[in-house]
Design a binder for this molecule. Structure first.
Ligand code: FAD
Length: 432
């Protein structure tokens, strides 16, 4: 096979690249390892439930991105106002914690307010560039101790003194002083943050977005069940398992960057050692289908150690069509370092105990379906090694005329709309 552009991966970034190359005159092939498109934004039917790979909600902030998603999904789209909560000290408070301490025990509210007011009256620069120091300087000791630090320790599984703040920009809401005070005195309904409203398909889970994009490509342009196993950047030939060789002029990678560098030949040793300094976490998602109603929320955060998960979401509150009538669909998430060994049966028992302890699962709730979704590359870790390692790797990939894009190709914390826009920007560079 010969192609002008070979795209590794048929997730949203890869599909979007091919979509935006449609009228470029360049031929483009997408090789996808799985038997369906979508990558992380794919869904599966299990015993009458439609499960995503944890919650995948559309937060559309870019005019072009929003227009494209809406045109692909058409009327199969519903808009929601987020209803999410934090469960701590035995109560549920509104998200985000820092703007909604009302309802927590008074000693906790006092702690949070006192610490926050200190940051307002005696503002200090963070002691270093870590996420931990930033939280203390931004929110004070109480909010940090009761939510920001324990919650983020659960997600990152590393000391927060070694995580930097480069990822948090749009993802951590920063309420003003008046809003923090107001949210301590009353049940504040004001919405905060990048995901205060979201869209989700009415039917089919999140899968129709990727299917819709793929449907706009030429038949045969996406090769499914086609893992790329080797890339020779010198001769510009890639090997697809079971399908043979593809000769390409330009290469676009959307597979996780370390995995791509592993299969690429012709790269200098400096790139290989830089790749060893890239770190990530796994996300261990259990999808559950349950008889009966479980919660009205969209999702709940669990900062406390006594719960083995950091977040539980309720997909049947995004769309009633992802669960049979009278049933609920939940996703439960925890994270692990890649080297940590995991016993899924043991973890499942811990999840169920945790769900019962917080009262979400009751004895009347019969489990109708379940599916483990281990996401081997979940969160890219933003530590001190990441920036310099990426600088070395990308300088070399540019020379080799390789684009590496998307959440894991570019090795970053981002979301579905950003993956689509990455593909568009990449196509524009290739056209030039
Ligand atoms: C826990 C979690 C929750 C999230 N929730 C949301 C959310 O609510 N909203 C949101 O907007 N975003 C969310 N995201 C982010 C979103 O999933 C991603 O930003 C987006 O889907 C990334 O798309 P991508 O194409 O860059 O990567 P991927 O979806 O990872 O696609 C890469 C593709 O490459 C394929 N591949 C890998 N190796 C090879 C190979 N050797 N050969 C061929 N193919 C290969 C993979 O099978 C995959 O299909 C979440 C992510 C996580 C981890």
């Amino acid at each position: 096979m010969n192609t002008d552009v070979l795209v590794i991966g048929g997730g949203l970034a890869g599909l979007s690249t091919a979509f935006h190359l449609r009228r470029s005159g360049l031929s483009c092939l997408v090789a996808e390892a799985q038997d369906k498109v979508g990558g992380l934004a794919a869904s599966e039917r299990v015993d009458g439930f439609t499960f995503d790979r944890t919650g995948h909600l559309l937060h559309l902030h870019d005019r072009y991105g929003a227009g494209l998603v809406r045109s692909v999904l058409g009327s199969n789209l519903a808009e929601h106002r987020r209803d999410s909560a934090i469960r701590s000290c035995g109560v549920e408070t509104r998200y985000p914690f820092q703007a909604n301490t009302f309802g927590l025990p008074s000693r906790v509210v006092e702690d949070c307010l006192a610490g926050f007011l200190e940051t307002v009256h005696w503002p200090e620069r963070p002691k270093d560039d870590s996420f931990r120091a930033w939280c203390l300087a931004q929110f004070g000791s109480g909010i940090s101790r009761h939510f920001m630090l324990p919650y983020n320790e659960k997600v990152w599984r590393r000391p927060l003194s070694r995580i930097n703040t480069e990822w948090q920009g749009p993802f951590v809401p920063k309420p003003k002083a008046g809003e923090v005070l107001c949210g301590a005195l009353m049940d504040q309904t004001k919405a905060f943050g990048y995901n205060a409203a979201f869209l989700y398909p009415m039917r089919g889970g999140i899968q129709p977005l990727a299917d819709g994009l793929a449907g706009r490509l030429r038949p045969g342009q996406v090769l499914l069940s086609s893992p790329v196993t080797k890339v020779d950047l010198g001769s510009r030939i890639a090997e697809i398992s079971g399908k043979g060789e593809v000769r390409f002029k330009r290469l676009v990678n959307t597979a996780p960057l370390p995995a791509f560098l592993d299969m690429a030949t012709g790269l200098p040793g400096a790139v290989r050692s830089a790749a060893k300094r890239l770190r990530h976490n796994r996300v261990l998602c259990l999808n559950l289908g349950v008889q009966g109603h479980v919660s009205d929320r969209h999702w709940i955060y669990f900062p406390e150690k006594e719960f083995p998960f950091y977040r539980v979401g309720f997909a049947s509150n995004f769309s009633p069509h992802v669960a049979p009538r009278g049933a609920s669909s939940l996703y439960i998430e925890a994270s692990r370092r890649p080297e940590e060994s995991v016993s899924f049966p043991a973890l499942e028992r811990q999840y169920l105990v945790g769900l019962r302890r917080c009262g979400l699962l009751k004895s009347s709730h019969r489990i109708l379906a379940k599916q483990w979704v281990p996401i081997d590359y979940g969160y890219v870790v933003y530590d001190r090694d990441r920036g310099p390692a990426l600088a070395t790797i990308f300088a070399c990939l540019r020379k080799a005329r390789v684009e590496s894009i998307g959440r894991y190709g570019a090795w970053k914390y981002s979301f579905m709309e950003a993956a689509i826009l990455d593909g568009k920007a990449c196509a524009e560079r290739l056209r030039k």
